[in-house]
Write a protein that binds this ligand. Structure first.
Ligand code: BV8
Ligand code: ZN
Length: 259
């Protein structure tokens, strides 16, 4: 891919870089995105119905089974070249803040640290009633026998049902994480928005916050959508191809990470 020459220079000169990722950054690891028409969870399940507190109250076994199935998929997947490139970028810029909407741990497994998880994580289940943390067994969850149903474990403190440690629709994002993410977006020189459809709020406001504070924003997506405000670059393509190439152009890096 040929980049507009100003972009690698902008990345080299940037003092404070934010990388903001969505489900698309994990797509090349085999994790279906929410809205991908072919494989997206949205089409296979009614994710909007399952990713809510009411669905869990209604049918805890269906919801817990779905999340354990997703966690099992995650245990069987690896970070892809996009995750490795983002972890490598942190070595080349003075300050990098990584904000993700994803509930997987692929950024951490590629070496990124202090990841701001706006929508929580599959790795941190807790009691639905008293919020007591629950530590997951090391072994992969068994594929639920009849399709996706699985009884959630019970809380050791109060006996309540254990729920996934994610932010469901209608639930507030963790305020300290959201504040840190919004502040980083408002104070950066350059924001890379990677693999997000920009549909879910309030996370979707992050690229606009960066643009309105004078930062440049780079959209990396096979179907990129510019916001039409301020300095934007639109890089149509897969994150696992575009990001390593951008780093090579900007910092003359070798192929990042991976086996
Ligand atoms: C809240 C955890 C208030 C669960 C998730 C304002 C306007 C409109 C609606 C609202 C609004 N404010 C609030 C709402 C309601 C709602 C909302 O946004 N609804 C949407 C659907 C309209 N928001 C909420 O409910 C939020 N809470 O506002 O609470 C409040 C305040 C105080 C007190 C109480 C309440 C909570 C939202 C969090 C929901 N939880 N995840 C789970 O994972 O099961 S969101 C879920 O969607 C995932 O986290 C996912 O990451 C996220 C966003 O989607 P994307 O990441 O963008 O993924 P998507 O599939 O959409 O797109 C993938 C993209 O990748 C595509 O563009 C594709 O082209 C691209 N791609 C594909 N392959 C690649 C690629 N890109 C690069 N490389 C590739 N290889
Ligand atoms: Zn409890």
């Amino acid at each position: 891919m040929k980049f507009d020459q100003a972009l690698p220079a902008q990345l080299r000169a940037a003092q404070r870089v934010v990388v903001f990722t969505g489900a698309g950054v994990s797509a090349e690891s085999g994790i279906p995105t929410f809205r991908d028409a072919l494989t997206g969870l949205w089409s296979r399940f009614d994710a909007a119905r399952l990713a809510t507190p009411d669905a869990f109250i209604d049918d805890p076994e269906l919801v817990w089974g779905w999340y354990e199935w997703r966690r099992m998929q995650l245990l069987a997947s690896q970070p892809n070249l996009a995750h490795w490139a983002i972890a490598q970028l942190a070595q080349h810029v003075p300050k990098l803040t990584l904000i993700t909407q994803n509930v997987d741990d692929l950024h951490e497994r590629a070496g990124s640290t202090k990841v701001l998880h706006l929508h929580g994580s599959l790795q941190q289940p807790r009691c639905f009633d008293c919020n007591e943390d629950y530590s997951l067994p090391d072994a992969a969850p068994q594929e639920p026998a009849e399709g996706r149903r699985l009884a959630p474990p019970r809380c050791s403190l109060c006996g309540g049902a254990v729920r996934p440690g994610v932010v469901w629709f209608g639930e507030s994002l963790p305020v300290p994480v959201m504040d840190a993410a919004f502040a980083a977006a408002a104070n950066c020189d350059l924001l890379l928005s990677v693999g997000t459809s920009g549909v879910v709020h309030p996370a979707a406001q992050i690229p606009e916050i960066a643009l309105r504070s004078g930062a440049g924003v780079v959209h990396v997506n096979p179907e990129p959508k510019a916001l039409g405000i301020g300095r934007e670059w639109v890089l149509p393509g897969l994150a696992g191809q575009v990001l390593p190439e951008l780093l090579r152009e900007a910092f003359n890096t070798a192929k990042a990470g991976g086996k």
